[in-house]
Design a binder for this molecule. Structure first.
Ligand code: RRO
Length: 323
């Protein structure tokens, strides 16, 4: 059987399948499934729902809209705020049998500083994911759409913590690679992508916006090919690990993102239909690797070595097409 163990930012993982932030409520799932959930926890690390400095109620309903091969959400970041998270959610999440990543988002650099400072003091937290898809009210820009904004944010946060900082990239740009590169140069330990793709839905009878929050973000199989392209571009541009996600529904989908350069993958929308989808996807991934005679998921370093070996062999035999 293929060995799925891996490591990302120094965090050992039993396998490379995580959850996408905000797509699995581990506290509610524990209430529903009891200890059985811990015995067969579907993810190798758990990424929390994004928290903000202050509590938020989230957007008015409806918050979800089903599309062909996808889903639009406009949840609007309901959360207890930093204080409520640390006092009420963190003790429960710390009992999970896997490392905990906490996702944070703020409308200003100062807000991010407050969050990273508060979260990084807690030993229960293995890594911090910076959700940079939010409007920056200071400059009027979306932080993660601008390499310079992303760089400034990382520069302000880097020295606050020794915990790994993972930057969650937005797909709503022509090319996410320059943003990923800016994050890497300013000290990010990893990047994760894609967040949801900006989308809209109308209520057919009235032609008014369906979602209570106005517009939303598209996820699911509808975005899989877009995610594959963006993960490939980012993995080619940076040396830090990439966590790839976007419409994964099977082991073959996970393998495709790993082959495109991701070091780990995350399951999101598929967990809405089946909370144990990631467990199935992990075992299908192992079977995919076995059927290809691969003992472990392809790694970027191994692929680069293989490319160099082939280029060397071609050059030696005079068969290189570039000569
Ligand atoms: O809460 C949300 O509406 C939300 C967030 Br924070 C996010 O990062 N991505 C998304 O699709 N929805």
């Amino acid at each position: 059987m293929a060995d799925l163990r891996t490591e990302i930012c120094g965090i050992e993982l039993a396998h490379p399948v995580l959850n996408g932030s905000g797509t699995f409520d581990a506290i509610a799932a524990r209430r529903a499934f009891g200890d059985e959930l811990y015995e067969r926890f579907p993810f190798s690390a758990f990424v929390s729902k994004t928290i903000t400095p202050e509590p938020r109620a989230g957007n008015p309903p409806p918050r979800l809209y089903e599309t062909p091969a996808g889903m639009i959400n406009s949840i609007g970041l309901p959360n207890r705020g930093l204080r409520g998270f640390l006092d009420e959610d963190l003790p429960a999440l710390a009992q999970l049998p896997v490392p905990l990543w906490v996702s944070v988002m703020a409308p200003s650099v100062d807000g991010f500083v407050h969050l990273v400072d508060g979260v990084s003091r807690r030993d229960e937290v293995a890594a911090i994911e910076l959700n940079v898809s939010c409007p920056n009210v200071e400059s009027g820009l979306i932080v993660g759409e601008q390499p310079a904004e992303t760089r400034s944010l990382l520069e302000a946060l880097r020295d606050l913590t020794e915990k790994p900082l993972v930057v969650k990239l937005t797909p709503n740009v022509a090319d996410p690679a320059p943003v990923a590169l800016a994050a890497e140069e300013a000290g990010a330990d990893a990047v994760s992508l894609i967040n949801t793709v900006r989308a809209h839905a109308l209520d057919p009878p009235t032609l008014e916006p369906w979602l209570g929050g106005g517009s939303g973000g598209l996820s699911g199989p509808a975005v899989r090919a877009l995610a594959l392209d963006q993960v490939r571009r980012v993995a080619a541009a940076v040396a830090i690990p990439v966590v790839g996600m976007g419409g994964i529904e099977s082991g073959a989908d996970a393998l495709a993102l790993l082959a495109a350069g991701a070091s780990a993958v995350a399951v999101g929308t598929a967990s809405f239909r089946d909370p144990m989808a990631a467990d199935r996807i992990r075992s299908e991934l192992a079977a995919e690797l076995d059927s290809r005679g691969l003992g472990a998921p392809p790694t970027r370093r191994a692929r680069t070595r293989e490319r160099h070996r082939r280029a060397g062999a071609e050059a030696a035999s005079g068969s290189s097409t570039s000569s």
